[in-house]
Design a protein around this ligand. Structure first.
Ligand code: NFE
Ligand code: MG
Length: 578
């Protein structure tokens, strides 16, 4: 008999996410539903506010990609008011963007997703000398993998293992699972980089603060440009950015890139990560200006996995609907006319099999009704995957030379076929390759800024807001988790409507009126799960998208009503109930 597995909460993500899958006797997922269980909100409070203040508020949508929302919100207001910002401001915004991406992607791999690929407990059995030699297979200049470094890593983690709470931050995972494929030595190399990546996080945050004033919520963007004038004119601040950037770039090349090559080698035959993606449509928007009219990544979309064609995006065809989302109006609305009016209907009562095999009362998703706080964005009625994989595929098919060279080299180094890109493994590799392209090319923006400052020191454009005029505008681009757009209407000098259509909303969307699943759900269908009590395969797929649910559900109850209540049992041994 088919069983329903509930994974709630999914940990090592930002926010609150639940996945329910229906699994047949053969262990294969027949249907899947993903629900965001918490709601927040900013589109509602944007209304009636001065548009010049909104970017600072909108970046509070998230504590991770703060800068993404800050930048796209600023761009939306600039677009509405017809402002062209100075070249210096564009380039400084790019340098800050590099800090964000080089913070975000390595953190995602090492501290959130990596432990789906790396068995930490196995690393304790490794021979450090062998591991140290093996590291040279994946890069000529390994980081943190000298024999003594690795011995120290083992000692540190062994202390964790012996602690009464056992393994500390690594407790309660599915160690020893049959779909972990790395050897003890490979696991030890990656574990060393996990620890090193903690230091690199700090450095990336400092990079952002050089031009942003602080982190995680920087404060130097204003409508019209930037305010970090003294920093870009101070050689020591510029030098500090460059030194930190180069250390980050080195880590990306010689740890992150090397580890993904290592993972690709051993996971190429693991069915659960090379299962073809469910939604084969991919969309991305150009971003990362490094010179005049020179962007690292391109715009467009591809359909049905057909990489012989790439189409131009028609912004009129972007909609969000709420047939299965906890909002009033089900209709597919363009973001300029979008609505955010809550209608919570909760879960339905049922009985499921508990962790010890007994039947227990449970609340389950009613897949025929509303079941998530996440809306369903669609392009021309179709679900789209957004994110680094979409970004690289679109740029590749557009003929982007930098992207083509980087992707081709990775495929050659790993021996993977092009089809391997359209998988969980491909998505995880694409995130690293995007970081690699940024690591290889950001200095162009840095050097262009230095050259331009010799002849032009403009950092902010002037503008006026006419209270008698109505304006509308949007800020679009590709942020770490994919295509992000902010849409604003301005009337009487204040915000009349505000909508953010966010990457994790595209990817984690529930079904739409046509019954089409969003990318997370579609990817789970057909997945074979080796052990129903340890659904590592589910978590690995969901993590590969780097979910950010704060971003995906940026709505809140402005009246402060309690919407529901959650209890977390810290002694419960897994996050799964079967
Ligand atoms: Ni909260 Fe975000 C990014 C945005 S989410 S992390 O990247 O926008 O999908
Ligand atoms: Mg929204």
């Amino acid at each position: 008999m088919a069983k329903r597995i509930i994974v709630d909460p999914i940990t090592r993500i930002e926010g609150h996410l639940r996945a329910e899958v229906i699994v047949g006797d053969d262990g294969v997922v027949q249907d899947a539903f993903v629900s965001s269980t918490l709601w927040r909100g900013l589109e509602v409070i944007a209304k009636g506010r001065d548009p010049r203040n909104l970017p600072l508020m909108m970046q509070r949508i998230c504590g991770v990609c703060t800068y993404s929302h800050y930048l796209k919100s600023t761009m939306a207001v600039e677009d509405a008011l017809g402002i062209k910002i100075p070249y210096n401001a564009e380039l400084v915004r790019t340098l800050m963007n590099a800090a964000l991406f080089l913070h975000d992607h390595p953190v995602h791999f090492y501290h959130l997703h990596g432990v789906d690929w790396v068995d930490i407990t196995s690393a304790l059995q490794a021979d450090p000398r062998k591991a140290s030699e093996l590291a040279f297979k994946y890069t000529d200049s390994p980081i943190g993998t000298g024999e003594n470094d690795l011995k120290k890593v083992q000692e540190t983690i062994t202390k964790f293992a012996k602690h009464p709470q056992g393994l500390g931050p690594f407790a309660n995972a599915y160690w020893g699972h049959s779909t972990y494929k790395m050897s003890p030595e490979q696991n030890l190399i990656a574990l060393s980089h996990y620890l090193k990546a903690l230091e690199m996080q700090r450095m990336a945050a400092q990079m952002m603060a050089i031009f942003g004033g602080k982190q995680p919520h920087p404060q130097s963007l204003v409508v019209g440009g930037i305010t970090s004038v003294m920093d870009i004119l101070d050689p020591s601040r510029m030098g500090e950015y460059m030194v930190k950037f180069q250390k980050m770039a080195d880590f990306v090349t010689n740890a992150y890139h090397a580890d993904i090559k290592m993972a690709a080698e051993v996971y190429a035959t693991e069915g659960s990560v090379v299962k073809p993606v469910g939604v084969k449509n991919f969309m991305a928007y150009k971003d990362f200006m490094v010179g005049k009219d020179e962007y690292l990544f391109d715009s467009g979309y591809i359909l049905n996995g057909d990489i012989s064609k790439v189409f131009d995006i028609d912004e009129e065809l972007i909609t969000e609907e709420a047939t299965h989302s906890w909002y009033e109006n089900d209709k597919a609305l363009h973001p300029y006319d979008g609505e955010t009016s809550p209608k919570y209907t909760g879960f339905k009562d049922s009985q499921t099999v508990g962790p010890d095999g007994q039947m227990i009362d449970s609340k389950i998703i009613d897949e025929n009704a509303k079941y998530s706080w996440i809306k369903a964005p669609r392009y021309d009625g179709k679900p789209m995957e957004v994110g680094p994989l979409a970004c690289l595929l679109v740029s590749y098919v557009r003929g982007n030379k930098i992207v083509q060279a980087t992707v081709n080299k990775f495929l050659k180094d790993t021996g993977l076929p092009v089809a391997a890109l359209f998988t969980t493994l491909g998505r995880t590799a694409a995130r690293m390759l995007q970081a690699q392209i940024i690591a290889d090319n950001t200095m162009k923006a840095f050097n262009n800024l230095i050259q331009n400052l010799k002849v032009d020191q403009e950092t902010c454009a002037t503008y006026t807001i006419d209270k008698d005029k109505e304006y509308k505008g949007r800020g679009m681009g590709d942020v770490p988790r994919g295509m992000l757009s902010h849409w604003i209407r301005i009337k009487n000098g204040v915000c009349e409507n505000y909508q953010a259509v966010v990457p994790s909303t595209w990817n984690a969307s529930p079904k739409d009126a046509q019954g089409q699943h969003g990318p997370y759900e579609a990817d789970l269908i057909g997945l074979k799960i080796a052990d129903l009590s340890k659904p590592l395969e589910i978590i690995r797929i969901i993590h590969s998208y780097d979910p950010c649910i704060a971003c995906a559900v940026h709505v809140m109850d402005t009246k402060g009503n309690k919407l529901s209540e959650y209890k977390v049992d810290p002694l419960y041994d897994t996050s799964c109930s079967v």
